[in-house]
Design a protein. Structure first.
Length: 113
């Protein structure tokens, strides 16, 4: 029998799997997979919004923390890729940047981070 708690853990397990797929898609610059994981994350976020903090047991809290960490790593990777693309486009066009890339991201994009 499914309970709200087991439904929550199932959704969190799925989110962890999707976040890992996203990391691999980002590493391979696989745009189709990136778009697919974005859709999956959006769908799972919709499912997760129906749960409340009261339904978080120790296992769910642990999975939630892991998902937060993975999502943050993926966000940083996306920003590094975007910074690298901006740097290369600006070098090709010789045009000034439309926005400033934070120093840390620029250093990482150049392989120094």
């Amino acid at each position: 029998m499914l309970t709200p708690s087991s439904d929550l853990r199932d959704a969190l397990r799925q989110m962890l799997a999707v976040l890992e797929e996203e990391r691999q898609a980002l590493a391979g610059l696989d745009i189709d997979a990136i778009v697919g994981t974005t859709r999956d994350k959006d769908r799972l976020c919709g499912a997760l919004e129906h749960f409340g903090e009261a339904q978080l047991d120790e296992e769910s809290r642990s999975m939630l923390d892991a998902a937060r960490r993975l999502n943050e790593v993926n966000r940083q990777v996306r920003n590094i890729i975007a910074a690298n693309v901006s740097r290369r486009l600006n070098a090709l066009t010789g045009s000034p940047q439309l926005y400033r890339i934070p120093k840390g991201y620029a250093a990482m994009a150049n392989g120094r981070g």
